[in-house]
Design a protein around this ligand. Structure first.
Ligand code: NAD
Length: 724
């Protein structure tokens, strides 16, 4: 091998005695291997060297266990939208040409996939003749580009259907969901799935086999030719996939449909021509504002991962518990979800509840949820048995004595919470961190029950815990920096996005949610059909309409939360008389079978039947003069007050950065990611346009009055939130 190879920064090259070359990838400065400029340069140099001195066969692997290659460096993707189309097309062609060289005319290659193999990483593996995946639980192969509003742009839409067939390829590409090593082997995406320790040896054996039979040449011919797909199969695939995509995306996300079209068109063509079609589709998607927002949202998540919660470097003013031995007090809906999340993250946890029946009921549910296998969409009973060994459940408070991190999640009663928190403090070591999952109690009020409030703060999860990735970390007046940093770090270990907020009514998420919920009820009082209100919110991109959300949360809970919020926003947003009236009438939502809608059954499994015809009677005493509103007016009425509230939250310093608001509403409320979050949506309108729209709503009173910050932005032209 030429001398120059010694200068690689991302690759190491090793020669085995039988003439096989092993290339190991490790990109410095990144948590995962990603395709940086440096890596692409090194790879090009290496392949030039192989042209000069061909090896007998090559193994491409990672030098980092658990990370084969996580794909493109997303910060590079962010810039694609600003480049001219021709430049983006040239980048695609350059990447494809490089990957095409991963196997030489006479030398075959094999990728060893241990850990994450996503996006460009998968395309790299696909460009090799053969693939070996490992059985490691970290091994995951996928094409998540649609989640960033894009599609695989380095030949993935061409290679994948030829390798595993159009149907499975479409599923991988349009859902963006990854598969594990075993599933990849079943699909034919990899040639073998073996334990990590034997993976390189298996790869070498595969190379020897294919060299002996020369069958890699046959594979290459198949990969270069069109895919045989009959007309009926094509129509079926097209119709079912398109219906599924539209059902999932509500038509808001162009990438999955564009990817479907690219795969199907490409099937009819020789690979080289199909690749040109893929590039054209990729370029088109980089022009879409949706891709720009989705990439931005991804980068907001990355920013969150780097944020210690207290500034950089993280402060360590006192010794606090590191969350090695966590405990949860309260085994209700939330406590159970929080414990399941701990087990899923591999963290042994203690759970205490005062009520033995609740505790006994919660344990099987916790284990089933913690052992949920997203690949099979079922709970894995074997895994559940293993996880049982990591859960210690007890009705005896003394069980938490050894805990260094306790999350209180008992019922939302101030006196009870204060008592339970004081008991927790008396039971655990003086360095243990104590958190509360309260939704409405001021942290200061609860902290007053403790001897040392510096180790106490809010850790507010969202329901359902398994799905909602946000955690609000609420600083009380006495909370130390070390406590905040430790709680932020613990939330990240649970796979959550922690956002640090100040102690104020509704914290962040419920504060911006309140005006939205309130406005929906005002619209009802003005004679607007409830189903229309909810439909328009869903059309905007929300997973649920506001009235559906009321029914899900429970009108009693909403009423109570409303009382708390009144202290912060009561002057601008009057509490609605409708909610207490419905609560008084026993219409609490799903849990009682009726609220704004009528349900068949109760609780979690309740099925929405229809708008309850008795709703009109219940609303009658509170009716306002009818208004005739266009759909766009209703959407403005729902979402502009949310935006105004977010600007006030910024003014009051409740969050440290506007980007936290965008991340929070997406991961706690399901605010549409394609809009980039609440403030990014405001920026897409522009402050001046927001003012114009608010002027049309001025007769609604103080709740539509623009805060000074909005006028400042309109005057200066500054965006509400930085781009990334
Ligand atoms: P829940 O009523 O389902 O569960 C509360 C549990 O606390 C019960 O199992 C009860 O037996 C237990 N408990 C009561 N007193 C106790 C004591 N002294 N020691 C130990 N356990 C005791 O309530 P939940 O919905 O899980 O809510 C719990 C907390 O989470 C509340 O503070 C709530 O505001 C907050 N929260 C709820 C949601 C939600 O949507 N449900 C969302 C975010 C936060």
């Amino acid at each position: 091998m030429p001398e120059s190879l010694a200068s690689f920064t991302t690759l190491t090259v090793e020669h085995l005695p039988a003439g096989i070359t092993v290339v190991s990838l490790a990109v410095p400065g990144h948590a995962q291997n990603v395709m940086t400029e440096g890596f692409l340069w090194d790879l090009g140099q290496l392949l030039d060297a192989f042209d000069r001195e061909p090896p007998r066969g090559v193994v491409f692997q990672s030098a980092r266990p658990g990370s084969f290659c996580a794909g493109a460096d997303v910060e590079r993707l962010e810039r694609l939208g600003d480049l001219p189309e021709s430049e983006v097309a040239a980048l695609c062609a350059r990447g494809r040409r490089l990957l095409d060289r991963l196997s030489g005319p006479a030398w075959p290659s094999v990728a060893v996939i241990d850990g994450v193999c996503l996006g460009g990483g998968l395309e790299l593996a696909l460009a090799c003749d053969l693939r070996v995946a490992t059985t490691s639980s970290r091994t995951s192969l996928g094409a998540p580009e649609v989640k960033l509003g894009l599609l695989p742009g380095w030949g993935g839409t061409v290679r994948l259907p030829r390798l595993i067939g159009p149907g499975p390829a479409i599923e991988l590409i349009v859902t963006g969901e990854p598969v594990n090593g075993t599933r990849a082997a079943t699909l034919g995406l990899v040639d073998a799935c073996v334990p990590p320790e034997t993976a390189t040896a298996s790869a070498v054996a595969l190379l020897e086999q294919t060299l002996a039979t020369n069958d890699f040449q046959t594979r290459r011919q198949r990969q270069a030719a069109p895919v045989v797909i009959d007309e009926t199969e094509r129509e079926f695939l097209e119709a079912t996939s398109a219906a599924l995509i539209l059902g999932r995306t509500g038509g808001h996300y162009p990438a999955p449909l564009t990817a479907l079209d690219a795969v199907l068109r490409g099937c009819d063509l020789p690979a080289a021509e199909a690749a040109a079609g893929e590039t054209a589709a990729f370029v088109q998607l980089t022009r879409s504002p949706v891709a720009r927002q989705l990439v931005r949202v991804f980068l907001l998540g990355e920013r969150n991962r780097r944020d210690s919660g207290t500034g950089d470097p993280p402060a360590a003013d006192v010794a606090v518990g590191a969350g090695q031995r966590p405990a949860v007090v309260g085994a209700g809906i939330m406590g159970a979800g929080i414990v399941a999340r701990h087990l899923r993250s591999g963290i042994t946890t203690t759970l205490v509840d005062i009520d033995p029946e609740t505790l006994a009921r919660s344990v099987p549910g916790i284990l089933a949820e913690a052992a949920w296998d997203r690949h099979t969409q079922a709970s894995d009973p074997q895994r559940a048995v293993q996880l049982a060994g990591m859960l210690r459940a007890s009705t005896d408070r003394a069980a938490i004595a050894g805990a260094d991190f306790v999350i209180e999640s008992v019922i939302e009663r101030t006196d009870l919470k204060r008592q339970v928190l004081a008991e927790i403090e008396a039971t655990v070591a003086a360095s243990a961190i104590i958190c509360t999952n309260t939704s409405t109690n001021p942290i200061a009020t609860l902290a007053a029950a403790l001897t040392d409030p510096s180790r106490f703060c809010g850790m507010h999860f969202f329901n359902p815990v398994r799905r909602m990735k946000l955690v609000e970390v609420i600083r009380g007046p006495a909370t130390s920096d070390a406590t905040v940093a430790a709680v932020v770090a613990h939330a990240k270990r649970l796979g959550k996005y922690p956002v640090v907020v100040q102690d104020s009514p509704g914290f962040l998420v419920n504060r911006v949610l309140t005006p939205y919920l309130h406005e929906a009820v005002e619209l009802l009082r003005e004679g607007i059909d409830p189903a229309r209100i909810d439909r328009l919110a869903r059309r905007f991109g929300m997973p649920l309409g506001p009235l559906e959300l009321y029914d899900m949360v429970g009108l009693d809970t909403a009423f109570y939360a409303g009382l708390v919020m009144a202290s912060a926003i009561g002057e601008r947003i009057e509490s609605s008389p409708v909610i207490p009236a419905l609560v008084k009438a026993g219409r609490l939502g799903r849990k009682t079978g009726s609220g704004f809608y009528r349900y068949r059954g109760r609780g979690h499994d309740a099925r929405l039947e229809t708008v309850d015809e008795r709703l009109a009677d219940a609303l009658e005493p509170y009716r306002l003069p009818d208004r005739s509103l266009r759909d766009a007016d209703i959407t403005d009425r729902l979402f502009l007050p949310m935006l105004l509230e977010a600007l006030l939250v910024l003014d009051e310093g409740i969050v440290r950065d506007g980007r936290d608001i965008d991340l929070a509403v997406i991961h706690a409320l399901g605010f549409p990611a394609f809009r980039g979050g609440l403030l990014a949506w405001g920026d897409s309108l522009g402050a001046t346009e927001v003012l114009t729209r608010l002027a049309r709503l001025a007769d609604l009173g103080p709740r539509m009055v623009p805060p000074p910050r909005l006028r400042d932005h309109a005057a200066s032209g500054r965006p509400f939130v930085p781009e990334s």
